[in-house]
Design a protein around this ligand. Structure first.
Ligand SMILES: Nc1ncnc2c1ncn2[C@@H]1O[C@H](COP(=O)(O)OP(=O)(O)O)[C@@H](O)[C@H]1O
Ligand SMILES: [Mg+2]
Length: 254
C-alpha cells in the first residue's frame, strides 16, 4: 500500500480536550474530569472507550458528540467544531449524521416502535417511507413488533428499537453509552452484534462500556483513567483490556 494515499477524513477528533466543572460553592475546588484527551475515530471504525467508573467515559462521549461544550481544546465532529456552530446548525448536524444509543433506551413511550424509528427522519423534515422503517425493524429482528409501544416490549427489544431508529437514519457515527448496561447477557449480545454490523456497513461506532467482552469486539480500545488516555489497544482480547484497566500484568490472567 502506498503511504502517500490521502488518509480518509476522520469522523471524530479530540485535540487536548479538557472538561472541568466550576466549584459547587465559593472556595471549593474545580473538578477536572477530562485533562487533555487526544483521539481520532476514522470512518467506519469501531472504537470502545473503557475505564473505571468515574474515569470520565460518559463526559468524553458527550463532548465528542457535541452534547457538552469542552472547557479547553477542540472537538471536530464530522469535520465541524460543535462549539462554533449555532444551536440550529448543531442540531441539524446531529440529526443528519449522528446516532445515539443510551443505557436507558430513550424511546418515546406514547409512540409505537414504528413511529419511534421514523421520528428522527420526521423531525428533520424528510419523507419517511414505511418500507424503510419496516426494513430497519426487520434488521433488528422486530418486524412483528412495529405497532407495540415501548411499555409492551422487553428491555432488549426496546434497545433494538432504539438501534433500528439509529440504523434507519444511516448516520456516519453512532455514539453508544453503556447500551447493554440494563440488559441480560443474551439481549446484550444481540445489541452488540447490531453495533458491530453498523460499523461493518459504514457507520463509525464509539462505544462506552465497562463490559470488557463488549469492548473486545471493537477495532480499537481506548483506556481512560482519571480523565486521561491511559492506553490504547488494537483488536485486543478481554484479558488484555482487563490488564490495561486494572493495571494487572496481562500474563497473570492467562
Ligand atoms: N455536572 C457535573 N458537575 C461536576 N462533576 C461532574 C459532573 N458530571 C460529571 N462529573 C464528574 O465527572 C467524573 C466523571 O464522570 P463520568 O464521565 O460520568 O464517568 P464514567 O462515565 O466514566 O463513570 C465523576 O467524578 C463525576 O462526578
Ligand atoms: Mg458513564
Amino acid at each position: 500500500m502506498s503511504s502517500d494515499l490521502p488518509s480518509p477524513c476522520p469522523v471524530v477528533v479530540a485535540q487536548n480536550l479538557v472538561k472541568s466543572y466550576a466549584p459547587a460553592r465559593r472556595g471549593g475546588t474545580e473538578t477536572v474530569v477530562l485533562s487533555g484527551i487526544d483521539m481520532t475515530v476514522g470512518p467506519g471504525e469501531f472504537v470502545a472507550i473503557v475505564g473505571p467508573s468515574g474515569s470520565g467515559k460518559s463526559t468524553l462521549l458527550s463532548c465528542l458528540a457535541g452534547l457538552e461544550p469542552p472547557t479547553g481544546g477542540h472537538v471536530l465532529l464530522l469535520g465541524e467544531d460543535p462549539a462554533k456552530l449555532s444551536r440550529g446548525r448543531l442540531a441539524r448536524l446531529r440529526r443528519s449524521g449522528v446516532g445515539f444509543v443510551f443505557q436507558s433506551f430513550n424511546l418515546i413511550p406514547s409512540l409505537s416502535a414504528r413511529e419511534n424509528v421514523a421520528l428522527p427522519a420526521r423531525l428533520s423534515g424528510r419523507r419517511v417511507r414505511l418500507a424503510d422503517v419496516t426494513a430497519a425493524l426487520a434488521a433488528v429482528g422486530l418486524e412483528n413488533r412495529g405497532s407495540h409501544r415501548p411499555g409492551e416490549l422487553s428491555g432488549g427489544q426496546q434497545q433494538r428499537v432504539a438501534i433500528a431508529r439509529v440504523l434507519a437514519a444511516r448516520p456516519r457515527v453512532v455514539f453508544a453509552d453503556e447500551p447493554t448496561g440494563a440488559l441480560d447477557g443474551a439481549a446484550g449480545t444481540a445489541v452488540l452484534g447490531l453495533l458491530t454490523e453498523a460499523a461493518r456497513t459504514g457507520s463509525a461506532v464509539v462505544l462506552v462500556t465497562h463490559d470488557l467482552d463488549a469492548a473486545a469486539r471493537a477495532d480499537r480500545v481506548i483506556v481512560l483513567r482519571d480523565g486521561a488516555v491511559h492506553g490504547e489497544l488494537r483488536a485486543p482480547v478481554a484479558a488484555d483490556i482487563f490488564a490495561a484497566v486494572h493495571g494487572d500484568p496481562a500474563g497473570a490472567l492467562r
